[in-house]
Design a binder for this molecule. Structure first.
Ligand SMILES: *[C@@H]1O[C@H](CO)[C@@H](O)[C@H](O)[C@H]1NC(C)=O
Ligand SMILES: *[C@@H]1O[C@H](CO)[C@@H](O)[C@H](O)[C@H]1NC(C)=O
Ligand SMILES: *[C@@H]1O[C@H](CO)[C@@H](O)[C@H](O)[C@H]1NC(C)=O
Ligand SMILES: *[C@@H]1O[C@H](CO)[C@@H](O)[C@H](O)[C@H]1NC(C)=O
Ligand SMILES: *[C@@H]1O[C@H](CO)[C@@H](O)[C@H](O)[C@H]1NC(C)=O
Ligand SMILES: *[C@@H]1O[C@H](CO)[C@@H](O)[C@H](O)[C@H]1NC(C)=O
Ligand SMILES: *[C@@H]1O[C@H](CO)[C@@H](O)[C@H](O)[C@H]1NC(C)=O
Length: 446
């Protein structure tokens, strides 16, 4: 934890770079203003990254950030490049994603085993998927390719589908020795659902849509997606998922929302009407994440009580990211979601006036000022809010029939060593806390 020092001012004096403003000034109708704001937030975010200096590990954020958040951050920077055209971070993004693929090219590096859940792996896989969809520069041909990496994540997770409890679904953790192995949670289901739907859109291979349908149906049947489209956190499989942890996080809604928008886009007739109802329902469910009807996004489960942990500090970024994907694939949501992005981004900018650099972003956007907090999550949230304003200037996700050039491999990640590794066991225990205890909070509505 640190307040960033005067370094950036010194760099600013020398370079007059775009990020050198004294406070973020955001005019939501002015693309240059938006790009400057996003650049400023991105620069602040990347000031935490040390993986590119001597002795650092490419792709990793320093403690207290878990491995997954690096994957999430690289994904946000691919969108950053796609939305703003700023190539500043492209090389670091490529290097980082490729460094963390692991020996089987499936985003399972062995030295992350103790914090490697299906959701963690999915965040890296979704970054690769975004790279394919955005036409991010392809890696050299002797390196794994973006589409194949997303397929590898999909394939490794499909074989983890687990009918032994709860009638199916994915466990949170991959390894039985990790805490959370008995938890079937929405973000793990959502990651698989999201990647499956997007792989289907990109490749037109219907097998992916079959899996997306199976995942939605199971998640809904177990009640993690309620019939009123709240998305609850997870369920204990030792109770056969008969009880739910009803806490709601913004990213859970977002990950299903954007996947449902893909499914809406690729279906017709009655199927499409079904997915439209689901998209609409999740948008209504997302009202829980906008402060007192004012259109300003907030993390309802932790911001009011000032107890968002490091992971949770970044969740708004993903709901914002997935709202823009939703707008592109279900254009009828544009006039519902863009106003929310606009009020949210305007409020976020007012929080980016903190720290010694004067542009550090805080957590609570509904307070109209910097709230004294700082970190990768706060910067990423704000960056995603700003760049989301540019949604109308960016084309839809590419597919392999609309100019996408990423090379796939339908059997990526199914090699023998992946299977062996999944079955390996070692007595590593983690400090992961299974379920946040928040008994009786008002949003835990069954
Ligand atoms: C590492 O990346 C940061 C963020 O882009 C950059 O400011 C810094 O100069 C880089 N350091 C090296 C040694 O390349
Ligand atoms: C993990 O493994 C990679 C590849 O073997 C290595 O380069 C890296 O330094 C290791 N440590 C961490 C913290 O990732
Ligand atoms: C699990 O159940 C699903 C749905 O009933 C079925 O399609 C699938 O084949 C089963 N998978 C395994 C691995 O048994
Ligand atoms: C566990 O839950 C699944 C899905 O709801 C159900 O089909 C199955 O019968 C349950 N098993 C037991 C032992 O209750
Ligand atoms: C797109 O991918 C599908 C499935 O992998 C393949 O059958 C098709 O030939 C590809 N189309 C193009 C234009 O590459
Ligand atoms: C479609 O995807 C499935 C699941 O990964 C794969 O087994 C199959 O080979 C793919 N088909 C084609 C034509 O690429
Ligand atoms: C699917 O997405 C494309 C690309 O954004 C869009 O042009 C098209 O209208 C969408 N289809 C439907 C049915 O909304």
């Amino acid at each position: 934890m640190k307040i960033r020092s005067g370094t950036s001012n010194a760099i600013c004096g020398a370079l007059l770079a775009a990020h050198c403003t004294s406070a973020i000034q955001l005019t939501i109708t002015d693309a240059n203003s938006i790009k400057t704001a996003a650049s400023t937030a991105a620069h602040g975010m990347m000031s935490y990254y040390k993986g590119n200096i001597t002795g650092g590990t490419p792709g990793l954020l320093p403690q207290p950030y878990y491995w997954w958040e690096g994957g999430a951050m690289w994904g946000s920077l691919i969108d950053y490049w796609s939305y703003t055209g700023d190539t500043t971070y492209n090389d670091i993004v490529s290097e980082s994603l490729l460094f963390q693929v692991g020996p089987d090219d499936d985003f399972m590096p062995p030295n992350q085993t103790k914090s490697l859940g299906n959701d963690d792996q999915a965040f890296w896989g979704m970054a690769a998927m975004t790279a394919a969809e955005a036409g991010f520069p392809n890696p050299p041909s002797n390196q794994p390719q973006w589409l194949a990496l997303a397929q590898a994540v999909f394939n490794t997770q499909a074989v983890r589908w687990d009918n032994s409890t709860c009638g199916g679904g994915l466990r949170w953790q991959i390894y039985s020795f990790n805490n959370g192995y008995n938890y079937k949670n929405s973000i793990s289901q959502g990651g698989f659902f999201n990647i499956a739907a997007r792989l289907g859109l990109y490749t037109k291979n219907g097998t992916y849509f079959d899996w997306a349908n199976q995942m939605w149906d199971w998640t809904n049947a177990i009640g993690l997606i309620s019939d009123s489209y709240q998305v609850f956190d997870g369920s204990d499989d030792t109770l056969n998922c008969t009880e739910l942890n009803h806490i709601q996080w913004s990213y859970n809604t977002g990950i299903f929302l954007s996947g449902a928008a893909v499914m809406y886009n690729v279906t017709t007739g009655a199927e499409q009407a079904k997915w439209k109802t689901r998209v609409q329902g999740l948008i209504t469910g997302a009202n829980a994440f906008f402060y007192q009807g004012q259109g300003i996004m907030y993390e309802v489960a932790c911001e009011p009580n000032n107890n968002c942990n490091t992971d949770q500090q970044s969740f708004k970024a993903y709901l914002l990211r997935w709202m823009t994907l939703t707008i592109k694939l279900a254009p009828w949501t544009h006039d519902i979601l863009l106003p929310l992005i606009q009020t949210t981004a305007t409020a976020a900018a007012k929080s980016c006036v903190g720290g010694s650099d004067g542009v550090t972003c805080g957590t609570k956007w509904y307070e109209g000022n910097w709230d004294g907090t700082y970190g990768v999550g706060q910067q990423m949230n704000a960056m995603e809010a700003f760049q989301a304003l540019l949604v109308d200037q960016v084309g839809p996700p590419l597919s392999n029939s609309t100019g996408g050039s990423s090379q796939g491999n339908p059997s990526a990640g199914t090699g023998p060593s992946s299977v062996r590794k999944d079955k390996a066991g070692a007595g590593i225990l983690t400090t992961l806390v299974l379920i946040t205890i928040l008994g009786g909070a008002w949003w835990m509505i069954a």
